[in-house]
Design a protein around this ligand. Structure first.
Ligand code: MN
Length: 334
């Protein structure tokens, strides 16, 4: 399969790289680095995103080469190369662009990947899609420049919580070492990604922590914010990024949840677990998905009802021996 992917990429001259909705560091870093490598091989490569890049990732795209779907011509592409995107639903407004593209290649690390492309390489042992992106660049014969190395390092660092999560493997760290040697700018990553909070986002954090509730004998902790909270803090939805990590830091917590009540859009739920509960299975019960330790879903209906349904399912998963989140297999997130 990998050989077929390489042959397809080599044979393609005009390559479109769509990000997933609400793009994260892995999506942005992997796609920008691969696009740059493809251009070094003389190909045309465009990165397209349905949503704007989060402000703390914009430094990875100094030339503003990541475009909105409306700015991209719908025809003339040989290949769509989808990195870190577990299912078609995650393409959002970029999805129609794929309709006229003859070939699609999906390279991903989500166990819940739906294999929606013509060629699919899904390696769930990778902590970040960036590990596969680096392998792709290597196998295509692209030399890493410092910008590519910084983008890929940022992708690894964001998906692994700065190399703290258990998914961080010897291969992840070996990739990081190579990227550092190739000029990855860690000062820049530190200041742009990890020390880039806005005042409104810290105010949202304060509001979220006020809502902290502990349940299930201390194994379940959650926080909630609403559209109105965000408006009161002068913040947008980006300020909710990372909030779910706070309840997880509480000693003894196995499952942490963040509920973002988005008014008419329903409730967006982020789920994290520490060691035992597979939250991707939990999220899949509500039409979402992701990874065993990080997943998400959106539930429509009144906020309190949405919250209670998910909390009930989380309590159920915690009570189950072995801690499986549910019965079904999921789709995709982080
Ligand atoms: Mn990822």
């Amino acid at each position: 399969m990998w050989a077929a992917v390489l042959a397809t990429v080599r044979a393609s001259r005009r390559i479109l790289l769509p990000l997933h909705v609400r793009p994260d560091g892995d999506s942005v870093g992997s796609s920008l680095a691969v696009a740059r490598g493809l251009r070094a091989l003389g190909k045309t490569a465009s990165v397209v995103s349905a949503d704007p890049l989060p402000s703390n990732l914009r430094f990875l795209d100094p030339g503003s080469e990541c475009l909105q779907p409306a700015a991209i011509a719908g025809d003339g592409w040989d290949l769509a190369l989808l990195l870190d995107c577990a299912d078609e639903g995650r393409l959002g407004a970029a999805a129609p662009l794929l309709q006229g593209v003859p070939r699609t290649v999906n390279i991903d690390h989500h166990a819940s990947n739906s294999r929606y492309a013509g060629l699919n390489v899904v390696d769930e042992r990778c902590a970040a899609c960036a590990e596969l992106a680096l392998r792709l660049l290597d196998d295509l014969g692209c030399a890493l420049d410092p910008g590519m190395a910084t983008a890929l390092f940022a992708a690894l660092a964001t998906d692994t919580g700065s190399f703290r999560y258990a998914a961080t493997s010897p291969a992840t760290l070996a990739a990081a070492a190579r990227l550092r040697a190739a000029g990855a700018d860690l000062d820049r990553i530190q200041s742009e990604i990890w020390e880039h909070r806005s005042l409104p986002s810290l105010r949202v954090l304060a509001i979220a922590l006020q809502s902290l509730t502990v349940d299930a004998g201390g194994e379940l902790a959650w926080v909630a914010v609403s559209d109105a909270d965000l408006a009161a803090a002068g913040a947008d939805a980006e300020a909710t990024e990372g909030l779910v990590d706070y309840p997880r830091t509480l000693h003894g917590v196995e499952v942490a949840a963040l509920f973002v009540h988005e008014g008419s859009g329903g409730t967006r739920i982020s789920l994290r677990s520490r060691t035992r509960v597979d939250v991707s299975v939990l999220a899949a019960r509500f039409g979402g998905g992701g990874h065993p330790r990080a997943a998400g879903c959106t539930v429509t209906g009144p906020p309190a009802e949405a919250r209670d349904r998910v909390l009930a399912a989380a309590r159920e998963a915690l009570a189950r021996p072995g801690g499986a989140g549910g019965q079904a297999a999921g789709d995709g997130r982080p």
